[in-house]
Design a protein around this ligand. Sequence first.
Ligand code: ZN
Length: 526
Amino acid sequence: MFDCLIVNGRVLNGSGGPWIRTDVGIKDGRVVQMGNLSESEAEEVIDAHDRVVCPGFIDAHSHSDFNLLVNPGAHSKIRQGITTEVIGQCGTSAAPVDEERLQKVKQQRAKEFDLDDVSWQTMEDYITLLQDRGIAVNCAPLVGHGNLRRLAMGEDDRKPTADELQKMAKLLKESLDAGAFGMSSGLIYPPGMYSETEELVALAEVLGEEDAMYFSHIRNEGKRLIESLREAVNIGTSGGCRVQISHLKAVGEENWGKVTEVLDLLQQARSDGLEVTADQYPYTASATGLTASLPGWAHDGGREALLERLADEETCERMKQDMQPDGWDDTLISRVSSDKNRQYEGRTVAEVAGERGIEDPREAALQLLQEEEANVGVVKFGMSEDDVCEVMQSPLVMVGTDGSALSPEGPLGRGKPHPRSYGTFPRVLGRYVRQHQVLSLSKAVAKMTSLPAGTLGLWDRGLLLPGFCADVVVFDPNEVSDQATYTEPHQFPAGIDYVLVNGHIVVEKGKQREILPGQVLRRSVQ
Ligand SMILES: [Zn+2]
């Protein structure tokens, strides 16, 4: 007797081959048998007639680190078929932190969610806490380079001393020992932006020794895209560790088309022996904090120092001069923290400037940052869809939301966040596979399953075969599509009928059960 039996489906097992008509028998969280199981009995039977049955999707790039503590149901992720999230990206993870930093984070994010009842410091603490509270989705944690740097030397704009670098290496090793899959860096954000290649190579050596990965939000995705990519490749090669390029893209019209050279460069690095891969979200707009538009020096010393600078007229004038003068028509405000500016959510910075009678939109941006204590989210339209398609077709590229687990209900349903948190995977399957035939369904599924699983070393996930964990998605290939838009982002996708996590049915006929069968996965240490 099986716990669950999925019958009559077209199984795409994640390897990239054509579909097979077979039943899938699940017991104790794993796929135990495949083939014609029509004579078998099960606690629950899913009729997958006309549906595709495939391994659960692995979100190769997620920012759910804090959200999972307050939204364990991870609705915006689960409902799109995601069964594992790779968290701790772009240089920032929940752990490690010290007490002071933890209080700062709690305070800073208090308007989004309440973390008062929880506490942690090390990666081990965080993993245990997350597992004890429970999660609907599995997650694979990375450690943020920003966390290591802050603990070792604060938020200063300078090189680490030898002692500080050693401290970072020690903290990294501890996090990896606790089960982190690697380290991420965010080289456009403070304090990651203050690090030089040398510092990252030293840490990559630790990653190499542990056979862990380096995930890089590279230094520049526009004018200096190629050299930034070279830096990431060089860090992996010098340190002897695998590299994943985060949210691969070319930003800014003058850089469109550079992705061809970028993909060639990655292929060349692989031919030279470096295990390099990338992830991508299928949209032409990116999302970040408005603070990322400020010059690097504005962040020196951390958040308090930034708030002081924003409060000083003369310093504001200097910041303005160092900010990009254009692009504000394409910069949409996605989130503010105070009610008084709520009406600006979904509008561009240029529009806000117009409404306030300010000629230079940079001034409007600085005003908003000041009023909102630097908590302003933005969505920026800066990519070409041709580039998005070209990157998607590369066999080295997997799918990642670059978003966090949201829910239409409660505080996480506020604002106009980037729709990728709800729509990424269905958008690839609907818009890019079915409508535009950019890639085959089978290849798309492989990008979402076996490619990330193999890259991360999740050897019992990412394929639908006997012995593998029963993370499963059942979807309608004719209906699957994203519904979330830039103006109405809090919308679940269509066509995702069933989602199983570790053998448990979390989504049934498009409705989520409030159960938490997810696991925090730990890197297996040899
Ligand atoms: Zn990033």
